[in-house]
Write a protein that binds this ligand. Structure first.
Ligand code: SAM
Length: 291
C-alpha cells in the first residue's frame, strides 16, 4: 500500500503532512522493505543523516526524492524548517545511514518535536542490528536491555559495566571494531569469565559471524583472529544468574502459596514449575524455607 500523502488534520485543526521514520538495510540491500521504497519515493523530502551516504541506497532503488541532511545536532532552524514543511501539508521521511533511525542514530529531536506539534509520525519498520543480533544469539530474549555504545576509555567503561553486572536481563551493546577486544576484556573482568556472551559481527553481510561462549572464550577468539576486530559489531551478554538467596519472583510465590493450601510440597513444586517455568528445585526449596 502506498503511504498516504493526504494531509492530516491536527488537533489544532490545521492540515499537516506525515513524518515517516524509515528503516534501511544494515548491509544487505535485499533487506530493504517494499513499503520503505514506496514511502521514500512518494514523500516530498527525505531528511538523511548523511545525504552522500544515502545517495547510493536511493539511487539503487531509483528514488529521486530530494534529500537534506538531518542529525540531532542540526541547528534548531533545520528542525523548524522541517516542521514547517510538515505543518504546511508536505510528508517527509527520516532515514539514517543504516538500520532504524533513533536507535543510536539521529532523529529523536525531530520525532519529538513533530509529535509535540500534533504531526502524525509513522514508523516503517525494517532492519535493526540489535534485534537482528538478539534474534539469532540464543540468549534469553524475554527481557533485554539495549545499552548503546559503552564508554571508550577503560576506567569509565569498567565503572559503567559494573553498574550493569547484577542486571538479570540480556544486555546488548554496540561496539566499534577497534575497541571490541578491550571491551570484551573489561566485560570478562567485571561480569566474570563464565558469563555467556555473543559477538554478532557484519550481520547480513558476506562475513557475518555469530560466535557465542563464555566471556573468557570469546576474548580468546577475538584476540586470536584480527578479522574479528573488523566491521560492525553487536555484543550481547547473558543476564546475571539468579542468586541462591534471592527467593522467587512474586508470581511464583503467589502460585506456590495457592497450591500449598491443598497439596504436599513436592506436588505443589512440580505443578508450579509447569505453570511458572521456574525450576522445580527452587520452588521446593522455597517452600521448605517458609516452614
Ligand atoms: N540505527 C542502527 C540500527 O538500527 O542498528 C545502528 C546505528 S549505530 C550508529 C551503528 C552500530 O550498529 C555499529 O557500530 C554496530 O555496533 C551496529 N551495527 C550496524 N550494522 C551492523 C551489522 N551489519 N552487523 C553488526 N552490527 C551492526
Amino acid at each position: 500500500m502506498n503511504p498516504s500523502s493526504a494531509p492530516f488534520s491536527s488537533p489544532s485543526g490545521k492540515l499537516s503532512g506525515t513524518l515517516y521514520v524509515v528503516a534501511t538495510p544494515i548491509g544487505n540491500l535485499a533487506d530493504m522493505v517494499p513499503r520503505a521504497v514506496e514511502t521514500l519515493q512518494s514523500v516530498a523530502l527525505i531528511a538523511a543523516e548523511d545525504t552522500r551516504h544515502s545517495a547510493r541506497l536511493l539511487s539503487h532503488f531509483s528514488i529521486s526524492t530530494p534529500c537534506v541532511p538531518y542529525h540531532d545536532h542540526s541547528d534548531e532552524r533545520r528542525t523548524d524548517d522541517l516542521l514547517q514543511r510538515l505543518t504546511g501539508g508536505e510528508s517527509l521521511a527520516l532515514i539514517s545511514d543504516a538500520g532504524t533511525p533513533l536507535v543510536s542514530d539521529p532523529g529523536y529531536r525531530l520525532v519529538r518535536a513533530a509529535r509535540q506539534s500534533g504531526i502524525p509520525v509513522v514508523p516503517i519498520p525494517g532492519a535493526c542490528a540489535l534485534t537482528a543480533a538478539l534474534s539469532a544469539s540464543g540468549l534469553a530474549s524475554d527481557r533485554f536491555s539495549f545499552e548503546g555504545f559503552p564508554p571508550a576509555k577503560t576506567n569509565a567503561r569498567r565503572n559503567w559495566l559494573d553498574a550493569l553486572a547484577g542486571d538479570r536481563r540480556t544486555l546488548i551493546f554496540y561496539e566499534a571494531p577497534h575497541r571490541v577486544l578491550a571491551c570484551l576484556q573489561d566485560m570478562e573482568a567485571v561480569f566474570g569469565p563464565e558469563r555467556e556472551a555473543v559477538l554478532a559481527r557484519e550481520l547480513t553481510k558476506t562475513f557475518e559471524t555469530i560466535q557465542g561462549g563464555p566471556l573468557a572464550e570469546l576474548v580468546e577468539f577475538v584476540a586470536g583472529d584480527s578479522n574479528q576486530q573488523r566491521g560492525e559489531i553487536v555484543l550481547l551478554v547473558a543476564g546475571a544468574p539468579a542468586r541462591a538467596d534471592e527467593g522467587l519472583d512474586a508470581e511464583a510465590e503467589r502460585v506456590m502459596g495457592i497450591l500449598l493450601e491443598d497439596l504436599p510440597v513436592k506436588q505443589a513444586a512440580a505443578l508450579a514449575a509447569r505453570i511458572t517455568g521456574v525450576k522445580k528445585n527452587a520452588l521446593y526449596q522455597w517452600a521448605i524455607d517458609q516452614k
